[in-house]
Ligand binder design. Structure first.
Ligand SMILES: Nc1nc2c(c(=O)[nH]1)N[C@H]1C(S)=C(S)[C@@H](COP(=O)(O)OP(=O)(O)OC[C@H]3O[C@@H](n4cnc5c(N)ncnc54)[C@H](O)[C@@H]3O)O[C@H]1N2
Ligand code: MOO
Length: 392
């Protein structure tokens, strides 16, 4: 069995170089920038007023100053400032060169054509040209674009960007006992939940998901499913990974020419995880237990999908304080389902007493996965521990 770290490195090495596609900005949210975006503008493009008030020369304060014009956003004043004058100005309007101060209208009094400053404000209330960004400034590739990035790119006068193509992920659940949610469930059958949960995680990481029909526990059925998955960048199988007589995924995949990268890792839950290449794409074989499938999808499938898009692959690790004592760990790195509570400095993390890898209800309640290294000694309440947050 290899370590989690080693397994993750091997999984990430299955990713081909990302491919780009140009998308208009209104479709770029949640996508990964693949080519650096270079600003076509300087912002602000001129010294701009930060307030509604009067532009003036600081040396002329407190006035009275003769009001010689108006500068509004989109309508600059084009005159030439002279000593002892001011210009009525509005937020965002160009400050005429020669004036070095904008006074808020609340701090002034106006009599006829003249304005006087009663309480000068401490700042200049001018946003210098280029103080936000300059022409040629770059938003680096690899960035996962969010709302503020989209705004920034638009302000940079870009209408489209090159983002990574979304990886196509085929999700394949297998098992004679499985039926689709909402169907009649006969004795001995269970509802297939893993494929939907894994598909949701894959989409969260940026993939386009193809949900394949549920495969039966026969070699022929699995072969057909792998055939249907051709063209996918990643095939994720669920179940049939262990050593039982009906656990056929590895056998069928091998028969189809899979190049196996590894099988089995020192992890709890998820020991029988498998990864490799098949039909020109990557393959991850997840174990069937629902919690194992979800935990392994978070730890391996999502990072691989992110790597395929050229962005940070690893799930973030945070620090917390243990809510209660924990016994020594066994030989596998353990990801315990846990809740989080606010703490003074760090969040307090409380793993569930029951860590059964079939208890989906506890997985759904969990705020975090507490990470305990293999052979970790007993830990006391209040000691520091790493966790992966599960909620946005
Ligand atoms: N003798 C051994 N038995 C098992 C071992 C072992 O090392 N030696 N490992 C255990 C571990 S750990 C896990 S995890 C499971 C993994 O088994 P499989 O990947 O072969 O999964 P299945 O046997 O197909 O199913 C296990 C369990 O999960 C349910 N399942 C499967 N697919 C779905 C789905 N799409 N939606 C919901 N639930 C699903 C299935 O009905 C079973 O209850 O093996 C242990 N056994
Ligand atoms: O490792 Mo299995 O994934 O414990 O349930």
């Amino acid at each position: 069995m290899i370590s989690v770290e080693e397994a993750l490195a091997k999984v990430l090495s299955l990713a081909p170089a990302p491919k780009g596609e140009a998308v208009p900005l209104d479709q770029a949210n949640g996508r990964v920038l693949l080519q650096p975006a270079v600003s076509r503008l300087t912002q602000p493009p001129f010294n701009a007023s930060a307030m509604d008030g009067y532009a003036m020369r600081l040396v002329d304060l407190p006035g009275p100053l003769r009001i010689v014009g108006t500068s509004a956003a989109g309508h600059p004043w084009t005159g030439t400032p002279t000593p002892g004058t001011a210009v009525r100005i509005f937020t965002g309007a160009p400050v005429p060169p020669g004036y070095d101060h904008v006074e808020l209208q609340e701090n002034t009094s106006v009599k006829g054509e003249f304005v006087s400053v009663e309480r000068p404000s401490s700042g200049r209330n001018i946003r210098a040209r280029g103080n936000d960004f300059a022409e040629g400034d770059v938003v680096e590739a690899g960035r996962l674009l969010q709302a503020a990035d989209i705004g920034l790119l638009a302000a940079m006068n870009l209408s489209a960007v090159t983002v990574a193509r979304r990886p196509r992920v085929a999700v394949l659940a297998g098992g004679d006992e499985l039926v689709r949610p909402g169907s009649p469930v006969a004795e001995g059958q269970i509802v297939s939940s893993n494929d939907l949960a894994v598909a949701a995680l894959a989409r969260d990481a940026g993939a386009i998901v193809d949900m394949l029909p549920i495969a039966q526990d026969t070699e022929e059925s699995l072969r057909q499913s792998f055939d249907a998955a051709r063209g996918a960048d990643l095939v994720v199988t669920i179940g049939g990974a262990s050593v039982g007589d009906h656990d056929l995924v590895a056998k069928v995949a091998a028969g189809l020419g899979m190049e196996r990268s590894f099988y089995k890792i020192a992890i709890r839950p998820g020991k029988p995880l498998m990864a490799g290449h098949i039909n020109g794409g990557a393959l991850i074989g997840l174990p069937g237990n629902p919690v194992s499938a979800i935990v392994c999808a978070i730890l391996f499938v999502q990072p691989l999908i992110r790597r395929m898009q050229g962005t940070t692959a690893h799930s973030p690790l945070r620090r917390g304080l243990l809510a209660h004592d924990l016994p020594a760990e066994g030989p596998r790195q353990h990801y315990l389902r846990a809740t989080l509570e606010d703490g003074d400095l760090l969040p307090v993390i409380r793993p569930f007493t029951d860590q059964d890898s079939a208890r989906l209800s506890l997985m759904a309640q969990a705020d975090a996965l507490l990470v305990r290294p293999a052979n970790d000694p007993p830990r006391k309440a209040g000691s520091c521990a790493d966790f992966i947050p599960l909620r946005r």
